[in-house]
Design a protein around this ligand. Structure first.
Ligand code: GDP
Ligand code: MG
Length: 207
């Protein structure tokens, strides 16, 4: 395989991690099945219980994570009128979110996977739905299988339970895959259905 062929869209990869609640809800097969049926190829998979340090590394791969996520969360908090004196800062809010995420994500086994195929990043984000299950679209994993909201998580001081993580961009996927998997754990193989998904001429179907 040369560098040119590596750049074809069919080599795009993304990281998906079934979170502890996804495992506990017995949704492993359901989630994998949704990714398989759209035509994506599973090229790496492992199950383990992550440490809190590892989870911190995962969420802070982007150095701007604290500012971005903290800022977004603070807007939500203010919209709900929960910070009337405007004393919170994005960094403080993000640190609180990170602590909750560390507790949540290290509470039990997770399944980390690398999925490959054209538009893998966008497709998996579409299939899992928006971050907050209360507003995730119907038909998505987070919209169909869980009922959590930011309002509830603020009241209970815990992370939002949204079943699964997936990389948000190709760049984020590259960085996250490097963190979660060694190079040799990612497999390179042909899947029979790739003929119908990617072959330009379809000249190998007739007997
Ligand atoms: P994702 O890519 O859809 O998981 O969302 P993000 O990358 O924006 O955020 C990562 C994690 O941070 C989410 O899964 C949530 O647990 C948490 N998070 C993000 N935004 C908010 C927010 O506005 N409020 C709270 N409480 N948590 C948030
Ligand atoms: Mg994200």
């Amino acid at each position: 395989m040369n560098d040119h062929s590596k750049k074809h869209h069919k080599y795009e990869q993304t990281l998906a991690v079934i979170k502890p609640d996804g495992i506990q809800r017995s949704l492993i097969g359901e989630m994998i099945s949704r990714f398989e049926r759209v035509g994506l190829k599973l090229v790496a998979l492992k199950m383990f219980t992550p440490s809190k340090t590892f989870i911190e590394q995962h969420y802070t791969i982007d150095p701007a994570w604290h500012e971005i996520t903290g800022g977004k969360a603070l807007d939500q908090i203010r919209k709900r009128g929960e910070d009337p004196e405007q004393i919170l800062t994005p960094r403080a809010v993000a640190s609180r979110i990170l602590e909750r995420l560390q507790h949540y994500m290290s509470s039990g086994p997770v399944i980390a996977m690398v999925w490959q195929g054209a538009h893998a990043v966008k497709l998996i984000r579409k299939l899992i739905g928006g971050t907050e299950p209360l507003s995730s679209d119907v038909g998505t994993i987070r919209g169909d299988y869980v009922l959590d909201s930011y309002e509830l998580t603020e009241r209970d001081d815990r992370a939002i339970r949204n079943l699964i993580h997936a990389s948000g961009s190709v760049e984020e996927a590259d960085n996250e895959i490097k963190l979660w998997f060694k190079n040799e754990e990612i497999l390179s193989y042909k899947l029979a259905q790739e003929v119908i998904l990617y072959d330009v001429n379809l000249d190998g179907l007739k007997e």
